[in-house]
Design a protein around this ligand. Structure first.
Ligand code: S3P
Length: 434
């Protein structure tokens, strides 16, 4: 017998997508202001804080570290403890499903004069941590992990020394962990990025008064640095917008307006790519709020050519690749990308998950160690989808389901709450069926 939790989530076919939506606050930016607010001086106020379960995990870890946090719907108040005011936690800090929480918080814990232990769920317990353990250890933290550099992490923090770090992989989470640790090291810490990744940490650190400089791919931060509290609004999550943009581009006569989306250029590679493929996208009401560009996106249906995504832009649309692969089935020439081996170590092995679910829907797809080729002009059929407990897989294939005749059933669909708890309700509001 199936219980409510494992009853697959049904998504029916739709004719069009029409309407105006506002998205929950950006997950990446929400994590950063929560973490930095906790070590700032004064009270930080965050409006539009993400409803995502991952961001809730960050707040819970911070509460366990003695930070006073109040929440009133999407408004958060954080009473900052200063760089040295966090309290040794009485139990393990549970990062849940959130790689961002574990990696970025590790950067802060590395500089605290106490021991802490970071754990996560089954998916997070399989995700690579060598990428932060090595540089944070070089800075002076003592970190123990499970075999294979996996969580849980036991961190014995203390005084840190600055390093010059060249991450071997493009990762904003790793960059952030080192910059946050750099706040507590005496002197200048630098990170030289192989490819530019999302720069929300740099912007937030600047807003809070850190001595941070960015030039020619090198980011430097001076420590020890005192941060001051801020009052900020978080823009809508562009990575959540991606599902609605893709759906509008798959269903003829669709037109959708997304209000107040974050449009930071380190996150908008998908918009540029869609435009290059011929998508009619328009940006209006563009402004900058607290250093982050924000605006409205209007997307309408239009035929798409397809594309070979260059590896150098992969880090800037890493979270959008699953839904782009689904969209690839509806392009003229198909869609391909390489240089995305990182997708194998996200919340699930996303290359495998996408390929497997596309095949279940009757589509052809070629899987490489670091990418996919999805031929164009394909018809998708109804199927039972396996989400692998991965929010972006569940949402990408909900979009695929709209474009079938039969609809899809998504196993483990409730995982959308990791980034977008209101996803299915929002989709139902704009899906036109009659
Ligand atoms: C994130 C960076 C990306 C992304 C993740 C959020 C962030 O991960 O996939 O969803 O907020 O910095 P990596 O930096 O590990 O690629």
């Amino acid at each position: 017998m199936r219980t409510a939790i494992d009853t697959p989530r049904r998504v029916h076919a739709a004719k069009q997508l029409r309407g105006t939506i506002t998205l929950p606050g950006d997950k990446s930016i929400s994590h950063r202001y929560a973490l930095l607010g906790a070590i700032a001086e004064g009270t930080t106020r965050i409006r539009g804080f993400a409803s995502s379960r991952d961001c809730q995990s960050t707040l819970e870890c911070l509460r366990d570290l003695g930070v006073g946090i109040e929440r009133d719907h999407d408004e958060i108040t954080i009473r900052g403890c200063g760089l040295n005011g966090l309290r040794e936690p009485g139990a393990s800090l549970d990062a849940g499903n959130s790689g961002s929480t574990m990696r970025m918080l590790a950067g802060i814990l590395a500089g605290q004069p106490f021991k802490s232990r970071l754990t996560g769920d089954i998916s997070l317990s399989r995700r690579p941590m060598k990428r932060i353990i090595e540089p944070l250890s070089q800075m002076g933290a003592r970190i123990r992990s499970a075999e294979g550099w996996l969580p849980p992490l036991e961190i014995e923090g203390g005084s840190l020394r600055p390093i010059h770090f060249q991450p071997p992989i493009a990762s904003a989470q790793v960059k952030t962990a080192i910059l946050f640790a750099g706040l507590m090291a005496r002197g200048e810490t630098t990170v030289s990025e192989p490819v530019a990744t999302r720069n929300h940490s740099e912007i937030a650190l600047g807003q809070m008064g850190a001595k941070i400089r960015c030039a020619n791919g090198v980011i430097s931060i001076g420590g020890p640095a005192r941060l001051h509290a801020v009052s900020v609004s978080i823009p809508g999550d562009i990575s959540s917008a991606a599902f609605f943009l893709a759906a509008a581009l798959m269903l003829p006569d669709s037109e959708i307006i997304i209000r107040g989306a974050g449009l930071n250029s380190t996150r908008t590679a998908m918009l540029d790519l869609l435009r290059r493929m011929g998508a009619p996208l328009e940006i209006t009401n563009l402004e900058t709020a607290h250093g982050e560009p924000v605006g409205d996106i209007r997307a309408a249906f239009g035929p798409l050519q397809g594309a070979e995504i260059p590896p150098e832009i992969v880090p800037n649309l890493i979270d959008e690749l699953p839904v782009l692969a689904v969209l690839g089935t509806r392009t003229e020439k198909g869609l391909s990308f390489r240089g995305a081996a990182e997708l194998r170590v996200k919340e699930s092995d996303r290359l495998h998950a996408v390929a497997e679910n596309l095949r279940r829907m009757g589509a052809k797809v070629e899987e490489f160690p670091d990418g996919l080729f999805v031929p164009g002009r394909q018809t998708l059929h109804g199927a039972e989808i396996e989400s692998y407990g991965d929010h972006r897989i569940a949402m990408a294939f909900a979009v695929a389901g709209l474009a079938t005749e039969e609809g899809v059933d998504i196993r483990g669909g409730e995982c959308v709450g990791i980034s977008f708890p209101e996803f299915f309700e929002t989709l139902e509001r704009v899906a036109v069926r009659a």
